[in-house]
Design a protein around this ligand. Structure first.
Ligand code: SF4
Length: 367
């Protein structure tokens, strides 16, 4: 493809114009489109709207497992036999200590994730208190992922000061019944619309590698644009042993990078996050993902470990990007090195499930 093609794509996206489905499909799979030129075009769009900054997220499984839903990709689902550490809600003290820890490790945003179909009114009242407490103590943005919500519940969280609600699309409308039968794609859209009506920012992403086709990947990118999602985590499915969906995805590093470029082009101002599986599927191309994407999880995902904090921070620094934090990259790397928190397994190797210490680092001090 001639250089004019890449320039035109970048120009169109910066101008807010929508790419055609034909161009979107070519971006994902045409041999005529060169990866490096594509990344360069995606970077031009990224740079225009979010500069060279990377926002770091730290995820906190505030409650793990015990879920009644049957999402086939999820290690916490009722039918899952995955050997994860299950626990009901962490104490407030534990959650607050983890928020402090996230802030001190450079996190721009603290994401509290609650397994389950959706929160009861009692849980919402509790969340309201927690969000108020965190926001009053630390200068950190707060995001909650709590399942299906209606407008009234979303409004209570918004009034408490919650910044964002996470609720992923996960897969396309067409493919949704193949990955979950206990709730629908419509239920998910309704939750996102309720959050939007309540004035919350939306974090909604996808999981690639669950048997979807390129049309599904494209449809989700367009839907997220229509929703105006401020934050889009692009996950690559990690097949934790014991989950219902077992098949190891065929996701080449090149395909993952093309998908990230597509999400940047179709959602030019959004925070595009390289989410679960970046180490496993991008392998030695991982750093290239920072050109279309501007956000990542610092040290692992819901139930699978990721790279160490030190390695992730060093990757950001080596590529010349900056972070959105009151701490510098050098300070954060030095802190990780001094605590010897630098061990890294081969990221494309065996999947490692998080242990209790990973999931509840503040457990002992909270007792
Ligand atoms: S994705 Fe959420 S709702 Fe679905 S099984 Fe996992 S914890 Fe439950």
């Amino acid at each position: 493809m001639k250089s004019e093609f890449y320039d035109k794509v970048a120009r169109q996206c910066v101008a807010g114009e929508l790419l055609s489905t034909k161009t979107a499909a070519d971006i994902l799979s045409s041999d005529d489109i060169e990866l490096l030129s594509l990344l360069n075009a995606a970077y031009a769009v990224r740079k225009k709207f979010v500069g060279k900054q990377v926002t770091i997220h730290i995820i906190n499984n505030a409650q793990n497992g015990h879920c009644c839903e049957d999402c086939s990709y999820c290690a916490q689902a009722k039918p899952s036999k995955a050997e994860i550490e299950e626990y009901s809600l962490k104490s407030d003290r534990e959650i607050l200590l983890e928020a402090k820890n996230a802030h001190e490790h450079g996190a721009h945003r603290y994401c509290m994730v609650f397994s389950g179909r959706g929160p009861s009114q009692k849980r919402i009242d509790h969340l309201v208190r927690l969000v108020r407490e965190i926001k009053s103590q630390y200068p950190i943005e707060v995001c909650v992922s709590a399942g299906l919500l209606d407008k009234d519940k979303a409004q209570m969280l918004a009034d408490a000061g919650l910044d964002r609600l996470n609720h992923n699309l996960n897969t396309s409308a067409r493919h949704y019944p193949s990955v979950c039968t206990t709730h629908t794609y419509e239920d998910r859209l309704n939750t996102l619309q309720a959050a939007r009506q309540a004035g919350l920012q939306l974090c909604s992403g996808v999981i690639l590698g669950m048997g979807e086709n390129n049309d599904d990947v494209i449809e989700m990118a367009y839907t997220l644009r229509e929703l105006g999602a401020e934050s889009i985590p692009v996950n690559f499915f990690i097949p934790i042993e014991g989950t219902q969906l077992k098949k190891e995805p065929v996701l080449s590093p090149e395909y993952c990078l093309r998908a990230l470029c597509l999400y940047r082009f179709l959602n030019p101002k959004a925070e595009i996050r390289i989410a679960a599986g970046r180490e496993r599927y991008l392998r030695n191309m991982e750093v290239m993902a920072l050109y279309p994407a501007n956000s990542l999880f610092l040290d692992g995902y819901l139930n699978a470990k990721g790279a160490s904090r030190a390695r992730t921070l060093q990757m950001i620094k080596d590529a010349g990007f900056t972070i959105s934090s009151e701490y510098s990259l050098d300070e954060l790397i030095a802190a990780e090195t001094s605590t010897n928190n630098t061990d890294d397994k081969d990221p494309s190797g065996e999947i490692t499930i998080k242990n209790l210490k990973d999931l509840r680092p503040e457990l002992e001090s909270s007792i």
